[in-house]
Write a protein that binds this ligand. Structure first.
Ligand code: NAP
Ligand code: G4F
Length: 341
């Protein structure tokens, strides 16, 4: 019988790539979707017609219990979150509820539905395996570079704090109840399906608009921040490998290479033969109350234990995103609502 996966955050970037990957592996894939008329559900259904949808919300414990009871999953991937860091200062309580407490509600739904009590559960094969989408934002003001599974957390945003809560809680349910519950500490990963609010997509869309004569400038915040950027399609494979591993462990997932926002901008403009300095305007209002200056993964454990390695390079990723946005805009699509290549 096919394995069954339940994915929260199915309408997001990672949910779409993970669903594609699991369908290719022969899984029956269910996506948890919220809202009575969420337009992102229709967008997801157009791309992924084989995904089955179950209604639920990370703010609503009962809905998660009902979803787990209905789907009877072998694996649950908790990707749902308020994931945009600046929004977490504006709506800190909502971020804590969805990104932090949502993890507790999902773990409780699994615990209650599997009848797991303290001191261990019925054994590894009867268990629902749980993946938590932890984030390199938990490292925040980093104490060492590169960051490993053992690097201390010093989150710099309400989002990072909420993710740290979810991370420790996942570890705690593993230790308290013997659950197969793991966290992937993923560094920034991007794609043509990335939300337009994140810097890589903002840049690829901005470059495409300028190239097509639809805009004359691109306003950005801190150009000196450095990130370890990879391709989302590579990273979802690591999530799956973590849940198929022999033992439940946490892993850092990234490329091990850092680039600045300035280098990102240079690469994106040069992909269409333009000089970025003629178009980019820096805007103080886009700077953050507390910045994470540099994030760089040490993904050695994932390479050695899971056999996972990123395939798409930074330059390939930037070119892929710019080309995709050029096509999208040339076709007249509006990247803010209905456009997933
Ligand atoms: P994304 O595109 O922003 O997707 C977020 C998803 O969360 C959407 O499907 C959204 O659904 C869902 N969601 C929001 N509020 C919800 C609620 N109350 N109940 C249920 N679902 C809710 O994020 P992503 O880039 O795919 O990232 C996936 C996960 O990985 C997130 O947890 C993120 O924090 C984490 N992460 C991402 C990165 C990265 O670089 N991409 C790195 C590290 C960790 P709606 O359509 O209903 O809004
Ligand atoms: O693309 P960003 O908004 O991503 P950020 O804050 O690193 O968060 C992403 O990655 C995390 C993993 O580390 C995830 F957990 C999280 O969910 C999300 O997916 O910003 C990247 C950098 C920041 O330093 C920001 O200050 O780009 C800088 N930046 C400069 N100008 C900008 C802009 N970011 C945005 N969004 N918009 C700008 O105009």
């Amino acid at each position: 019988m096919a394995r069954r996966a339940l994915i929260t955050g199915i309408t997001g970037q990672d949910g779409s790539y993970l669903a594609e990957h699991l369908l290719e592996q022969g899984y029956e894939v269910w996506g948890l979707a919220r809202g009575q008329a969420n337009p992102r559900v229709s967008r997801m259904r157009r791309l992924l017609s084989d995904v089955r949808v179950v209604r639920g919300d990370l703010l609503d414990q009962g809905s998660l219990i009902s979803a787990v009871e209905r789907v009877q999953p072998d694996e649950v991937y908790n990707l749902g979150a308020i994931s945009f860091v600046p929004m977490s200062w504006e709506q800190a309580e909502l971020t804590a509820e969805v990104t932090g407490m949502g993890v507790l509600r999902m773990l409780e739904a699994i615990r209650v539905c599997s009848g797991v009590s303290r001191g261990g559960s019925s054994g590894p094969d009867g268990q629902i395996r749980f993946y938590q989408a932890s984030s390199s934002e938990m490292f925040g003001q980093v104490s060492e570079t590169p960051q490993t599974e053992r690097t201390a957390f010093h989150p710099r945003s309400p989002y990072g704090v909420a993710k740290a809560y979810g991370h420790f809680l996942t570890q705690n349910y593993r230790e308290s109840y013997g659950m197969f519950a793991v966290s992937g500490i993923l560094f920034n990963h991007e794609s043509p399906r990335r939300g337009a609010e994140f810097v890589t997509r903002k840049v690829s869309l901005g470059v495409a608009r300028i190239k097509l004569g639809l805009a004359t400038e691109l306003r950005l915040g801190n150009l000196e921040a450095r990130r370890d950027w990879g391709f989302a399609g590579d990273y979802v494979k690591a999530m799956h490998l973590m849940l198929r591993a022999a033992a439940p462990e946490d892993y850092v997932i990234g490329t091990g290479r850092m680039k600045s926002v300035r280098e990102l901008v240079e690469a994106a403009f040069s992909a269409v033969g333009l000089d970025w300095e003629r178009y980019v305007v820096t805007d103080q209002t886009l700077h953050r109350p507390a910045e994470v200056d540099l994030l760089c993964a040490d993904p050695k454990k994932a390479r050695v234990q899971l056999g996972w390695e990123p395939r798409v390079s930074f330059d390939e990723l930037v070119a892929m995103m710019v080309e995709s946005d050029l096509r999208l805009l040339a076709d007249g699509a509006d990247p803010h609502d209905d456009s997933w290549p």
